[in-house]
Design a protein around this ligand. Structure first.
Ligand SMILES: [Zn+2]
Ligand SMILES: [Zn+2]
Length: 329
């Protein structure tokens, strides 16, 4: 137990951007084929700085992750709570903690378990809300959850669940303006839901954090200081400015009547399409060159929208990266 506790509190490097996959299954979940050691090896090979262990309804691997973590790989303890009417991720649970999963929306008990995770400093994430299989479709209100997993597994038009990711993203994007007006919005995240070799990190969430520790990473995710990458080959920077004011992803920009410039830099998406999205939908799009690196700028104002966010798609339409919004005040 002590080694695992130490490992999950490893404080690695400094303030920066960290890549992590927060929905990962080992042999301790149905359908999982990899040991924790293999998952950690594959996480490192995929360019990740952290992962969250989210077995189905058990803490059986909590004692193992301490051996797999290190200064270069943080392991956040978690669980995928697979209830009868939707799955959710508890991230940052205590060592050995198991969150109850034996209920559905009509039992009206989910709030109790969300509160329990929150009391321990953890995050509650809506998992793959539009998954079409039995129990996978999310029927709870989003109220009480901190984050929505809008991108689960590879975003590929060859795969049947691409429509489910599009539905989750569209729903999240539609609600953003109203959520911001009401004083709170729920950040998006992306995770692989890896069960097999070669899956971890596709996609993952890139988080701005004060250090590589469970507390700092979860704080960054909760605040929306993050964007989602299809792989570690994709790099992105996003900044919005008005006069001398600047804000990055997840931040707020006090622009009042000043013109606003939104600027995104991308690498690793050959001939990709960068688009800006506001409360009015897609407002601007531009193509990247064949080499895959470029900067796209768009000008707006707070009168036009309460937020601006970015998507980057491959030429065929599959997602390469997407960001949380910058809020315009
Ligand atoms: Zn699930
Ligand atoms: Zn899962």
């Amino acid at each position: 137990m002590p080694s695992a506790v130490r490992a999950v509190r490893v404080a690695g490097r400094e303030d920066g951007w960290y890549r992590g996959d927060c929905h990962v299954h080992s042999v301790s979940s149905n359908g999982g084929e990899l040991t924790p050691e293999r998952l950690a090896d594959e996480a490192r090979a995929a360019g990740l700085d952290f992962l969250a262990a989210t077995e189905h309804n058990n803490a059986d691997t909590h004692g193992t992750w301490g051996r797999c973590a290190g200064d270069d790989l943080l392991v956040v303890l978690g669980q995928e709570v697979t209830t009868r009417t939707g799955h959710w991720l508890a991230l940052g649970v205590r060592y050995g903690q198991v969150v109850d999963w034996r209920y559905g929306v009509r039992d009206e008990v989910v709030d109790r378990w969300l509160a329990e995770v929150h009391r321990g400093g953890g995050l509650c994430v809506v998992a793959h809300p539009h998954a079409p299989y039995d129990s996978g479709t999310f029927l709870y209100p989003y109220q009480g959850f901190d984050v929505v997993e809008v991108w689960n597994g590879p975003w590929s038009s060859d795969l049947p669940w691409q429509a489910d990711n599009e539905a989750a993203l569209a729903e999240w994007g539609r609600g953003l303006g109203e959520d911001i007006r009401q004083g709170g919005w729920r950040p998006a995240m992306g995770n692989s839901d890896a069960h097999l070799s070669g899956q971890i990190g596709v996609p993952h969430t890139v988080v701005r954090a004060g250090e590589l520790s469970t507390g700092a990473v979860l704080a960054g995710i909760r605040a929306g200081r993050s964007w989602i990458a299809g792989s570690a080959a994709v790099e992105l920077s996003f900044e919005v400015s008005a006069g001398a004011q600047r804000a990055g992803v997840g931040g707020q920009l006090e622009c009042r009547d000043e013109p606003v410039a939104a600027r995104v830099g991308v690498r690793g998406v050959p001939s990709g399409v960068v688009s800006f999205h506001t409360g009015r939908g897609k407002v601007h799009a531009a193509s990247l060159p064949g080499a895959g690196a470029g900067t796209v700028e768009w000008r707006t104002g707070a009168a036009e929208s309460a937020f601006v966010r970015v998507e980057v798609r491959h030429p065929g339409g599959d997602m390469a990266a997407l960001t949380n919004p910058v809020v315009l005040l």
